[in-house]
Ligand binder design. Structure first.
Ligand code: FAD
Length: 449
């Protein structure tokens, strides 16, 4: 049995850090005599993931394996409970240490504690180096030592805290592999779904193209789904194909306003991870508990119409269809469809958040649940509940020529004003009247004020 901190071999257990570059945990692992690159397909995460996310993850694992081949290594994949699989892998290669980037989500945190305990029984250490964030959740506090509840002061303190410079990819490691593994799954991409290219090389290429051609328009273009000018980096960040530290270092070398705005977008991601870390129950429950007492409708036909893009509100339907076709939706439209579910259909945010997690390739518990709670008025910062998005005027404002709606709702391609709700051919009449539901939402809110 290896003793604590024995030199010898190590395992690099990849999870949502599917890259070789700027990966401090991997560098630590590579200082061992031999290192096993390992991924565990955990049924607790794999089984409930929607087809788009599974297909993307499988493609990203293939890409990681290809990157490892260039180092004459390959990714060993096991299928099963990580508590059992990681211990088995570590013991098979005689590892004294298993290296990971720390996971701060509720499930990952619990899983890692269980793996750590099981490894400890065999004298093997679990070593956490870095995290998927520039500043790990739980590091930034206000003057009274409390976590921030509001984004803007958090983002300032986060900037002041700062982060490390990126690190180089590993060189000269001695790579190990397991004899008994499962193949990296090949997941059929569901019919008609167009997924972005996965992997570290694609993430870097996308980021570099955005720095050259997109960033300068970030300030003006990011709210326009018709122009589609956001970076599309969320999916690469979700799977750790690039680390935000790498992106922040590139932004620091550009002193433009657009670079500063983009940095603030990344701060939202870090803020929500921090909030979820301090309030793990907010993955399922209202961050502001008083909202649990509001009257909501039972899910039924209206939820189905929303999910399928048949509400009769063109911008809502366009967003919901973009989600099904590409596994992604523009941020402005995410807000519009979320507001519609909660305030026009009077359904609890969790129904919508679950649907998003099933379809989004960038589906991330912290950003998704808190994006939903923010829009629903029960989360951080509070978009105040009484500010109810009007889907028609939002559509006209952010998709002025109707290009976005025409693209995703072909029934409306040829109508003069595609934002005007109303039945057109096969396109349905609105399932609710927005002006009436707005008043209904406000009345329900009055009851809990
Ligand atoms: P850009 O505008 O180019 O932004 C750059 C990066 O900043 C993003 O990739 C993302 O990492 C970060 N970012 C920007 N805005 C936000 C934000 N509001 N919250 C958190 N991070 C942000 N983002 C996810 O990554 N995963 C989710 O599951 C998710 N669910 C959401 C659900 C709702 C209801 C809402 C309103 C927002 C959600 N977001 C989520 C945030 C945001 O919509 C996406 O990050 C963004 O649309 C991704 O596209 P992009 O990379 O082109 O963004």
């Amino acid at each position: 049995m290896p003793s604590h901190n024995a030199p010898g071999n190590a395992v690099m257990w990849f999870r949502r850090d599917l890259r070789l570059g700027d990966n401090p945990a991997l560098l630590e692992a590579c200082s061992a005599d031999g290192v096993l690159p390992l991924f565990v397909l955990d049924p607790a995460l794999w089984d409930p993931a929607g087809a788009p996310r599974r297909a993307y993850l499988a493609a990203s694992l293939h890409a990681l394996d290809t990157s490892l081949h260039r180092h004459h290594a390959s990714l060993s994949v096991l299928h099963g409970d990580p508590v059992e699989m990681v211990v088995r892998a570590a013991r098979t290669v005689g590892a004294g240490q298993v290296h990971i980037a720390a996971d701060y989500g509720p499930y990952g945190h619990r899983r890692d504690a269980a793996v750590e305990e099981a490894l400890g029984e065999h004298g093997i250490d679990l070593v956490r180096t870095g995290s998927p964030y520039a500043v790990a959740p739980g590091r930034v506090f206000n003057g009274s030592g409390q976590p921030y509840k509001v984004y803007t002061p958090f983002s300032k303190a986060w900037m002041e805290h700062g982060w490390r410079a990126p690190v180089d990819p590993p060189a000269g490691a001695h790579w190990l592999s397991l004899d008994e593994t499962v193949a990296i799954p090949v997941v059929e991409v569901p019919d008609g779904l167009e997924l972005p290219d996965a992997g570290e090389a694609s993430a870097r290429a996308r980021w570099e193209a955005y720095l050259t051609d997109g960033l300068d328009d970030h300030d003006t273009g990011r709210d326009r789904p018709d122009q589609d000018r956001t970076s599309r980096m969320s999916v690469h960040l979700k799977w750790g194909e690039i680390h935000p530290r790498t992106m922040l270092a590139d932004l620091a070398s550009r002193r433009s306003r657009a670079a500063a705005t983009y940095r603030k977008e990344l701060a939202w991601r870090e803020f929500y991870a921090d909030v979820l870390f301090h309030h793990p129950q907010s993955a399922r429950e209202y961050l502001r508990p008083e909202f649990a007492a509001m009257t909501y409708d039972e899910p039924g036909a209206a939820l189905d119409a929303w999910r399928e893009g048949r509400t009769g509100y063109p911008i809502v339907d366009a967003g919901m269809r973009q989600l099904r076709a590409t596994g992604w939706m523009h941020n402005r439209v995410r807000m519009i469809v979320a507001s519609f579910l909660v305030k026009d259909l009077h359904l609890e945010w969790q129904h919508g958040a679950r649907h998003f997690m099933g379809w989004l390739v960038d589906g991330d518990l912290a950003s998704n649940q808190h994006g939903w709670q923010w829009t629903a008025g029960c989360g951080t910062d509070a978009a105040p509940y009484f500010r109810v998005f009007n889907p028609t005027s939002q559509g006209r404002k952010f998709d002025p020529q109707g290009t976005y709606v025409r693209r995703w709702v072909p029934e409306l391609a040829d109508v003069q004003d595609p934002h005007e709700p109303g039945p057109v051919g096969d396109y349905p009449a609105p399932i609710v009247v927005h002006a009436e539901e707005r008043l209904e939402a406000l009345a329900r809110w009055e009851q809990i004020r």
